[in-house]
Design a protein around this ligand. Structure first.
Ligand code: NI
Length: 304
């Protein structure tokens, strides 16, 4: 019986993004304050996979896992400057993607690591699963919008039976939390799977600006004919971002949209769906992402 376990840990360190061929001014223009020497508490989620042993464990958390993490990761990095702590970070900027790659390879001789997620703050997380230079980067953001769920060919009574209170004619609003995950090859110099600023600007200008503080049904032409459920909003976001992300040199992996604390949905990039055999493998994809408890995809319930 193969099983996986996840151990969370953290260390605090300073770091900087500076390319030696650029002046400090140029580095700050490219990387913002990260060209100075900011600090962060880096949260890690280390996923270990293997058979369940005679003691009922994949790996002994209190001895093997904690000790390995402390010895090989936390002790060498906690309170240090990352660029100076390890040779990997001297050669390649210590981005979350590159940190997850580096930690995976440092830990692999000691633990059967499946993946490592690294998050320097709430809005950013990177995940490495042991596939060459490939990594995933997630940016979290939010927008507020109103919608009404109804089909124009149905009566109010019929719509009410399907969508409950969400079909009321004046609509209602949500504070949507959005996570966009891209996948790509880590650049051996910048440590990035995609230019972070370009991706942030794309999400902000390409989708948030369009959806934020709107009545989706009337303000966004796409929803003239499409019911703006969380699922359809997520699909719209995916279809809006997929080609622009490709032009940045990465692939859209996943769009995760949280409509409330209780309701969320996920849609995967077309390249991800194409590379699998279809929706039946989404369960495996969700397990593979594993960075947070997998939210349940569901339809818009009548109770919100
Ligand atoms: Ni709603």
């Amino acid at each position: 019986m193969v099983c996986s376990i996840t151990r969370r840990a953290s260390f605090s360190a300073s770091y900087y993004y500076r390319l030696p061929e650029l002046s400090q001014e140029e580095n700050e223009a490219r990387f913002g304050i990260q060209a100075r020497s900011p600090g962060a508490t880096f949260w890690l989620w280390v996923k270990i996979i293997g058979p369940v042993d005679e003691y009922g464990m994949v790996a002994n958390l209190s001895t093997q896992v904690k000790r390995s993490l402390r010895r090989y990761i936390l002790k060498p990095l906690d309170g240090r400057n990352l660029n100076e702590a390890w040779v990997e970070f001297a050669e390649t900027l210590p981005t979350p993607e590159w940190i997850s790659h580096t930690l995976w390879h440092r830990l692999k001789p000691h633990l059967n690591v499946a993946s490592i997620v690294v998050s320097p703050h709430e809005e950013v997380r990177a995940e490495y699963l042991g596939n060459g230079m490939e990594a995933r980067l997630t940016i979290r953001t939010h927008f507020s919008a109103a919608h009404r769920l109804s089909l124009p060919q149905l009566t109010l009574t019929q719509n009410s039976e399907i969508y409950g209170k969400c079909s009321r004619p004046s609509g209602h609003g949500h504070n949507y939390n959005l996570a966009i995950t891209v996948q790509g090859e880590i650049d051996p110099k910048s440590g990035m799977v995609v230019d972070f600023k370009a991706l942030s600007d794309l999400i902000e200008n390409g989708i948030i600006e369009e959806l934020d503080h709107r009545f989706l049904n009337t303000d966004i032409p796409y929803f003239d004919k499409v019911v703006p459920t969380a699922e359809n909003i997520a699909i719209y976001i995916r279809d809006s971002l997929e080609i622009p992300i490709k032009k940045l040199g990465a692939s859209l992996y996943k769009v995760e949209l949280h409509e409330t604390d209780n309701n969320s949905c996920e849609v995967y990039g077309n390249s991800v769906i194409d590379s699998q055999t279809g929706l039946q493998n989404l369960g495996q994809l969700t397990q593979g992402s594993m960075s947070t408890p997998a939210p349940v995809s569901n339809s818009h319930p009548a109770s919100v």
